[in-house]
Design a protein around this ligand. Structure first.
Ligand SMILES: O=c1ccn([C@@H]2O[C@H](COP(=O)(O)OP(=O)(O)O[C@H]3O[C@@H](CO)[C@H](O)[C@H]3O)[C@@H](O)[C@H]2O)c(=O)[nH]1
Ligand SMILES: [Mn+2]
Length: 361
């Protein structure tokens, strides 16, 4: 008897997740991701010259926004969306209607695990996001919810339900996400180490969030994922994801949400120019010595019960405490408020998260 031909399983979160890609180039890299990404809706944020045509391989379902679209949709509030910097990607988070987001850079490709198997990074992020985190007590055997692992002896049973996972932070083989000084000192260093682990970043601990291989629950933490004022006309760049990560982690800690880091890996193929990066980063390299203590000391009142309220409170503290570091932080604090206003305008409270996609191309 012919074996029953079973229909292929529906990809996890097929209609509940958008893939956001910031780009200045044609998206040929999608060919390598096709087996994993094709079932999903893409939101492409085209940076730079809006008159340039970005070629997207056939067969992908996507919506594309360039600077003209951002200005048309947000009007004066478009001032909070960076130009000529990957920070523009956060516009994609704002216009999405889905519960989950995965964002990836266009120079990130499918990596292979030690067995030589292609890594479906999206699938691993989804697994990370769909299972709880353990921010309140560290499990020394890493992710206790993973097949073949569990909570170790001494782990309180009262904490074994864990916390909802808001963020899944993936890593990179080949070109590591180093800052410019490190890149300059170690131009040939490549990350060849595949660590088979997913860990929850403990409550009260900040981390350097990289935006090139990142998943998050948009309904739980979306409004905190503002990538700041970077790039054109700004004194700093390449701190977009860092800023978002620090705000996100403080808010996750306050709201009892989890942030995971580790698997999945992608293959980061292109090292950006370290001298250009140094020019973008240098103010951030000394500012961050004041920013980290600031975020470590941020306290959010009990009545900050939503991400938006937390975010507005942080913006007030940014203005009060960082405005004296540099006037840039006064502008950033204002842009944080504009971001929340724009977010709430495009995502009125109670709007169904599973609304149909935006205008597909
Ligand atoms: O002006 C620009 C430049 C680039 N992009 C798009 O953004 C991503 C990342 O670009 P790239 O790979 O060139 O830069 P990296 O240095 O590797 O980026 C990492 O560093 C951080 C910089 O903020 C960031 O978190 C990582 O992404 C690509 O998709 C480019 O096409 C852009 O939109 N605008
Ligand atoms: Mn890159």
């Amino acid at each position: 008897m012919a074996a029953e031909s079973r229909p292929a399983p529906t990809p996890l979160l097929k209609d509940e997740l958008d893939i956001v890609i910031p780009t200045i180039r044609n998206l040929d890299f999608l060919e390598m991701w096709r087996p994993f990404f094709q079932p999903y809706h893409l939101i492409i944020v085209q940076d730079g010259d809006p008159n340039k045509t970005i070629k997207v391989p056939e067969g992908f379902d996507y919506e594309l926004y360039n600077r003209n679209d951002i200005n048309r949709i947000l009007g004066p509030k478009a001032s909070c969306i960076s130009f000529k910097d990957s920070a523009c990607r956060c516009f994609g988070y704002m216009v999405s209607k889905k519960k989950y987001i995965y964002t990836i850079d266009d120079d990130c490709f499918v990596a292979k695990d030690p067995s030589g198997k292609d890594i479906n990074a999206l699938e691993q992020h989804i697994k990370n996001l769909l299972c709880p985190s353990t921010p309140f007590f560290f499990n020394t055997l890493y992710d206790p919810y993973r097949d073949g692992a569990d909570f170790v002896r001494g782990y309180p049973f009262s904490l074994r339900d864990g916390a909802p996972t808001a963020v899944s932070h993936g890593l990179w083989l080949n070109i590591p996400d180093y800052d410019a000084p490190t890149q300059l000192v170690k131009p040939l260093e490549r990350n060849t180490r595949y660590v088979d682990a997913v860990m929850t970043i403990p409550k009260g601990t900040l981390f350097p969030m990289c935006g090139m291989n990142l998943g998050f629950n948009r309904e739980l933490i979306g409004p905190a994922m503002y990538f700041g004022l970077m790039g054109d006309g700004q004194p700093i760049g390449r701190y977009d994801d860092m800023w978002a990560g620090w705000c996100t982690k403080v808010i996750c800690d306050h709201l009892g949400l989890g942030v995971k880091t580790g698997l999945p890996y992608i293959w980061h193929s292109k090292a950006s120019n370290p001298f250009v990066n140094l020019r973008k980063e240098y103010k951030g390299i000394f500012w961050q010595e004041e920013l980290i203590p600031f975020f470590q000391q941020v306290t959010l009142p009990k009545d900050c019960t939503t991400v938006q309220k937390c975010y507005i409170e942080i913006s007030k503290q940014v203005k009060a405490k960082l405005g004296k570091v540099d006037d840039y932080f006064n502008k950033l604090a204002d842009a944080m408020v504009t971001w929340i206003e724009a977010w709430d305008e495009l995502n009125p409270a109670g709007a169904e998260s599973a609304l149909p996609n935006g205008p597909s191309k």
